[in-house]
Design a binder for this molecule. Structure first.
Ligand code: NAP
Length: 329
């Protein structure tokens, strides 16, 4: 199959290239970038020199693809940029008779809540993802936090306290004063305290399980480049005995390949460069602590998008993803 990446010069685009280039079902990849059109892919993603062929395109000539049985399209643009283009694209695909044959996976937050897209949290929404053609990939924090709280849904805890750190690649390749290396490295700060945009998609998933918790979420900006580490705390309630919770999580993730139960604290470095999310739960008296680590560009983004592609197309979900990251980095 052929794959197309819209917004291929960003960090997510680079990761999609890296994974797709060694995916056994993908025969070719084209990618767009307005500012790098005509430049080689490796001029922006130097790790792909000798592996990725071709140049960035200004835009895609969809007529080239009218005879493809299946076409995979990843939209990897900043929030808000894809929404307008999407409706024009659907129109064009419709005219070319391509709509039904395109699997579209959007990595922005444009279609995560209140849309006809399937929400691509792979482990939780596997059944809806299978066979779907329009998928909205979850946010990086949203992936870590939902993996850490959705197993608790049957107990409906009222209030959950979360702090989670993220690496600088979480904000894409355009540097701002809060993401630029000299001002971010050797510093530590909170941001968007109690009001991060990912709360909407998390609460949306909870409400689909008839659960409407209060989330007190404090995101923090670390000097890591990649990685998310979430610390989730709550206390037992009448329907939830703290000492039961580790087993609840172990059972929940017993048959998941990409969510791993680890003994003791998860470590960001064990997940970087891979599609794994590592989870551990500990309990003391009536207190429950859930910890989740993952790579924001991996399970929090590009590799989860490929896991969703595999699920949607009926391949084993680990196809092209059965890989550990480097250790140490
Ligand atoms: N970084 C993460 O950890 C992470 C995790 C989960 C989800 N996400 C989401 O995934 C999306 C991509 O993130 P990223 O980190 O890869 O972003 P990025 O590094 O900023 O890259 C954005 C890409 O989109 C292109 N682009 C920007 N505006 C465009 C427009 N109006 N039309 C067409 N192309 C446009 C850019 O190239 P040109 O400007 O040259 O066209 C570039 O290739 C974002 O919505 C982000 O929030 C990111």
């Amino acid at each position: 199959m052929k794959a197309i990446i819209l917004g291929a010069s960003g960090y997510g685009g680079g990761e999609l290239f890296r994974w797709l280039l060694q995916h056994p079902k993908i025969e070719s990849i084209e990618g767009t970038s307005r500012s790098n059109a005509g430049k080689t892919i490796s001029s922006v993603h130097p790790n792909l020199l000798g592996i990725a062929e071709g140049d960035f395109l200004e835009s895609i000539d969809w007529t080239k693809y009218v005879h493809e049985e299946k076409l995979i399209v990843f939209a990897c643009m900043p929030h808000g940029e894809f929404k307008d283009q999407y409706y024009l694209l659907e129109n064009e695909w419709g005219k070319l008779g391509l709509s039904e044959r395109i699997l579209l996976i959007d990595l922005s937050d444009d279609f995560r809540v209140d849309s006809h897209f399937v929400y691509g949290l792979s482990e939780i929404n596997k059944d809806q993802i299978k066979g779907s053609r329009r998928i909205s990939n979850p946010g990086c924090f949203a992936t870590a936090l939902q993996l850490g709280i959705l197993p608790l849904a049957p107990y409906r805890p009222e209030h959950i306290f979360i702090s989670a750190i993220t690496g600088s690649s979480g904000s894409g390749y355009s540097a701002s004063s809060t993401t630029h290396h000299p001002t971010r490295s050797n510093d530590f700060r909170a941001y968007k305290m109690l009001s991060h945009q990912h709360e909407a998609e998390i609460l949306n998933s909870c409400s689909q399980k008839d659960w409407n918790p209060i989330l007190s979420f404090v995101p923090q900006s670390s000097s890591l480049v990649r990685g998310i580490f979430a610390t989730i705390q709550l206390t037992q309630n009448e329907s939830m005995k703290a000492s039961d919770i580790p087993m609840v999580f172990k059972d929940f993730y017993r048959n998941t390949f990409f969510v791993r139960w680890v003994n003791g604290t998860p470590r960001v470095l064990s997940t970087v460069g891979s599609n794994f999310a590592d989870v551990h739960v500990m309990v003391q008296n009536d207190k429950v602590l859930v910890m989740v680590a993952l790579d924001n560009l991996g399970k929090g983004m590009a590799s989860q998008a490929i896991q969703n592609m595999n699920l949607a197309l009926g391949f084993p979900e680990w196809t092209g993803l059965r890989q550990a990251g480097p250790y140490p980095l």
